[in-house]
Design a protein around this ligand. Sequence first.
Ligand code: GLY
Ligand code: MN
Ligand code: MN
Length: 455
Amino acid sequence: MGIISVFLKRTICGKLICNMRDQLKRFIDAMEPDSVAIIPAAHEQVRSYDTEFKFRQDSDFWYLTGFPEPDAVAVITKGAKNPYTLYVRPRDPMMETWFGRRQGVEGAVKNYKADKAYSIEKFEGDLGKILDGHERLYYRFAVDKKLDQTLLTYFTEQRVQRLKTAYPPHTIIDPTPILGEMRLHKSAKEIELMQTAGNIAAEAHILAMKKVKPGMNEAQVEALMEAYMKDKGASGVAYNSIVGGGENATILHYVENNMPLKDGDLILIDAGAEYQGYASDITRTFPVNGKFTKAQREVYDVVLDVQLKCIDFTIVGNTHLQRQEYSIELLTEGMKKLGLLKGKTKDLIKKKAYMKYYMHGVGHWLGLDVHDAGRYYVDQQATKSKPYAPGMVLTVEPGLYIPPDDKTAPAKYRGIGIRIEDDVVVTKDGNLNLTAKVTKDPDEIEALMQGPARK
Ligand code: GLY
Ligand code: MN
Ligand code: MN
């Protein structure tokens, strides 16, 4: 059975659609009175000439509908007896023979619980019926250019008519803030899915620790991890994996993953699985030959200590900005300990001296998108950040990257890049690490790498 049909089957049989129905209901509750929302699915993207990238559904559309096909549009009408209409690709035996099965109008109702469904070909002609007589429209411009144009054409025609024919919405609202806030607070069911995504990725990292050895290519490590993820039910990776040996680990978004791994080097792997649309995001750094050098271990211990402290900091009440500042303070102290920086911590922070070795955030929201939806700030000026609350999922991923040609760093540390990343859900009285299954303890890593399972 092909991957697409496995995915469809799971989607239809699981409780996933009920879950989405609940999310849709909460979205409707949050909509203003007398409003209608138009939420488009993603489209297939050309990879080369006439072939496409593997399709990935738009996260907001997925969150509300669970419908897995491209080119659909959800129309959600607040206050209507049947508020949820899906416009979908119609059944078409010839197209389905060439390009794969379609749910069609019948499947959209039967399997995806739309109140009503129509062919997407009818959407443009139905716009007047959908919009006329409603005060507000929820729609996000500048994502789907073609749909933007369809809507603008409708509004242009209405203006030309001087609104004689009907009364279109006079207020257009971006639904992103509502959806972002909803997606930021995960339900118990979502956490369950994210735990599965976390477990699958963690096991893939364990496999890598068992299999990596000098002479292997980074590409082989990437391949064995991704094969494992799919084998365990993930639809694939949640983002392009980073598999960097030696100095490649100092390039933050190194995705070429095509160099041989050298004895004596470290390998940094940042790889996560996507399960039922949800991402996991794990980084582990370990020695290619199974044994840290003294210098590697010194840098590793600094990053690990910061990571553990920042996990402890990811609790109710602490804010996102506070956590970032905390990570900067701890890492600056660590850089001083290693002899990378000299001076007073306060001055080094003020001068942003740490940026030479630590230049990214300590973490981000995680969910359907790896860098998930939801605002980090509570004010428009982005000066006050949100306090953490139960159900928020965050990564914790401090790192140190010492450029190979950095003449000011002790020679023994040059070219070392280390990041350690876990996914944490904030709970009422602490947090839960969703990716704890793969160790980051250096002694345990060495034991695992040198153990009997390694062939
Ligand atoms: N893998 C992307 C990130 O860690 O943010
Ligand atoms: Mn990552
Ligand atoms: Mn991350």
